[in-house]
Design a protein around this ligand. Sequence first.
Ligand code: SAM
Length: 332
Amino acid sequence: MHAPEATSGLFRMSVTERLNLSRIAVLEKVSFDRQMRLLRASEAGINFARSDYKDVYAFFQEASKDYDSDLVNPYWAFTHDILKFILMKFITEHFRDARTTHVFDAGAGTGNWSRFVLSLGVSMHGIMFDMNANMLRVAKPKLVQVHNNVRIVEGNLEVLSDFPSQRSNLVLCMHNVIGLGRNTELILHNLCTYLEDDGLAFIMAMNKYHAFNFTRQFRDETEVLRVVHDGTVKFKTDMPEIFCYTPEEFEKILRDAGFEDVTILGFPVTVYPSIQDTKLLRMDTSILQLKDSKVRAGLLALEKKLCLYPELAYRGGSSLIAVCKKKIVAST
Ligand SMILES: C[S@@+](CC[C@H](N)C(=O)[O-])C[C@H]1O[C@@H](n2cnc3c(N)ncnc32)[C@H](O)[C@@H]1O
């Protein structure tokens, strides 16, 4: 078995060639697990320094200037289209009773996901919550493009008393929020407590298989060891490390935090990010398939099917997304 960028072609061909994807997926995942296990056993006792919130805050104060370059990068724009499909599908299904939706965007950053979700329906209220003033400053003008009631709250997701008093029935926690939070378990516990019964949460995390494969290709040995030993990843040197999880590890921390109904998905599975896509000013990509509009449309149609198979989540070249439903607690 090879790495996901090499097997991506098999996944693209699966439609026409009727390949058995589940068999490929099982073999590939087993091979990854074995390689990570061997590396973990061979280099015991390594320690990595951890960043603190001062580092995370400083990083986003600076990154806020170019953060939205992902909207024009072909790879990220493609992954965003898949993500929009996932959000729309589960939100439409969950809120088909047309109740008022209170959206809480945890780590809203520059507000793109609030803007998208709040544009899906009329009876929606939104709160964009983040600890970083500069990210929220970029988000603010986007509120005028949304015809729903929305406000901004500055706070730390680790501190429950920073949360608004009214709970929400739709929680978004998009891209690397819990991965950059310093106490992920506490943040997840707070989000679960804050989500109303019968609510829906989308929580994203960095895929450990992707982190392992990417650092093996584009970073040095130390960064590969960071993934397997510390469970964190640095895609470049001047950034705080991001916590990363296998789909199984991610599901476990969500269940431990109190979420009962959890489905882990991963995307995209038919293309793999290039080194260019991880740069902060990520204007271009070397993935040629995404520059041809007809090929891109075909791939997107395929991704919309494949992203719904949890057994393919390990291939997610962008992130993992957990779709969590909170059960209705029966009154006694
Ligand atoms: C990678 S950005 C993601 C922004 C947005 N969710 C998106 O998908 O575009 C991560 C954001 O999480 C915020 N963040 C990280 N830890 C946080 C915490 N403990 N409390 C509040 N915000 C946090 C950062 O300030 C940053 O704006």
